[in-house]
Design a protein around this ligand. Structure first.
Ligand code: PEP
Ligand code: MN
Length: 360
């Protein structure tokens, strides 16, 4: 796999550290809150101070952001702490206001990336800017949509371009708020190896006690940075309360993370090994999920056969599956012996599932 850090990017040109850290509250709430958090993050690893000014909310009636006044608070943050600033923009007016107030990093939210119309409007509004622009993945797991949005910005001459992986919404029951689908992030890096990729463990997990683990996986997978929602009083935050951490916790997370700098041969070897292992972990996870899904379908077949009083084992069907899979396997470099063994085991588990249903 290509290693994103082998390429020179605007992160290096700007002499930004690895990993890049973007932190701050989900939403700017009051001037006092914005400044208080910023002062607590001032002498930490944080490089960019984030605060949402315009908040896209799933349902109306929730706090929708303080609006343009918040940009003045971010200017104060920069003047008082020296931290660079970051906020989300979703339309032309947002872009103009943010640029006028000298926000250093603009990000495009997951609900905007889903719409090529919105992305084109944003690309037009941002044309030629030298500010950093980061594009969050769309809400749905559609790599082409994500890449398409980035291409629109690239065509508009934006040089400091990057992406944020914030996970994908799903109907499936999950421990995550937005499932990471790491294989998509890996594929993203393969397609655009010189585009900085930041991980957003806050929106992936939705829970503050899972943020460390997701951040470590992201670093092992060669991500270039982290965006972590941080609040001095997380439980009383006006949005995303469950996923925000305190500045103290953020410092601890950064201290505990294994951050791999590739400055010598041994370190480069270790980093590559961790990266490959992290990819294997992602694939194993997918294998288990896929097998779980297969067994659910087997359960449904069992229920159907029970209605019609049909035998579980049907030899013809099984032989035709095996024949097909041996050929498939061959084309992927898997030996016949392995494919046979694996499918026998899978088939046995299927039969066990179906019999359980028939006997129920
Ligand atoms: C956010 O960063 O607060 C936000 C709204 O994120 P997303 O677009 O990923 O939902
Ligand atoms: Mn948020």
């Amino acid at each position: 796999m290509e290693n994103s850090k082998e390429m020179r990017t605007w992160l290096d040109d700007m002499a930004l550290p690895h990993p890049l850290v973007i932190a701050g509250p989900c939403s700017a709430e009051t001037e006092e809150q914005v400044l208080k958090i910023a002062h607590e993050l001032k002498d930490t690893d944080v490089n960019y101070y984030r605060a949402g000014i315009w908040k896209p909310r799933t349902r109306p009636g929730n706090f929708e952001g303080v609006g343009a006044i918040g940009l003045k608070w971010l200017q104060k943050v920069k003047a008082e702490t020296g931290l660079k600033t970051a906020t989300e923009v979703a339309n032309k007016a947002h872009v103009e206001l943010a640029l006028e107030h000298d926000v250093d990093l603009l990000w495009i939210g997951a609900r905007s990336t889903v719409s090529p119309f919105i992305m084109q409007d944003l690309a037009d509004a941002l044309e030629g800017t030298d500010k950093i622009v980061l594009v969050k993945n769309p809400v749905n797991p559609d790599l082409a949509l994500w890449l398409g949005g980035i291409e629109r910005l690239h065509t508009a001459g934006i040089k400091k371009l990057g992406a944020i992986h914030r996970g994908f919404s799903t109907y499936e029951k999950s421990k995550y708020r937005n499932i990471p689908e790491w294989q998509l992030a890996i594929e993203f890096q393969n397609r655009f190896p010189d585009l900085p990729l930041i991980n957003d463990p806050s929106h992936i997990t939705g829970k503050r006690d899972m943020i460390f683990d997701v951040s470590q996986t992201a670093l092992d997978l060669n991500f270039d940075g982290l965006m972590i929602e941080t609040h001095t009083d997380p439980d009383n935050a006006w949005s995303d309360a469950a996923q925000q951490v305190t500045p103290q916790t953020l410092v601890q997370i950064m201290r505990d993370l294994k951050i791999r700098k590739e400055d010598d041969q041994e370190a480069a070897y270790n980093a590559e090994l961790s990266n490959l292992r992290a990819q294997i972990d992602v694939i194993d996870q997918q294998l288990i999920e896929t097998l779980g899904k297969r067994m659910k379908v087997a359960d449904s077949i069992g229920a159907l056969k029970k209605q019609k009083n049909v035998a579980v084992l049907q030899t013809n069907r099984w032989n035709s599956i095996l024949g097909k899979m041996i050929l498939e396997g061959e084309s992927k470099g898997l030996s016949e012996e392995f494919v046979l063994k694996m499918f026998k085991a899978i088939h046995q588990e299927s039969i066990n599932h179906q019999e359980k249903i028939l006997k129920a």
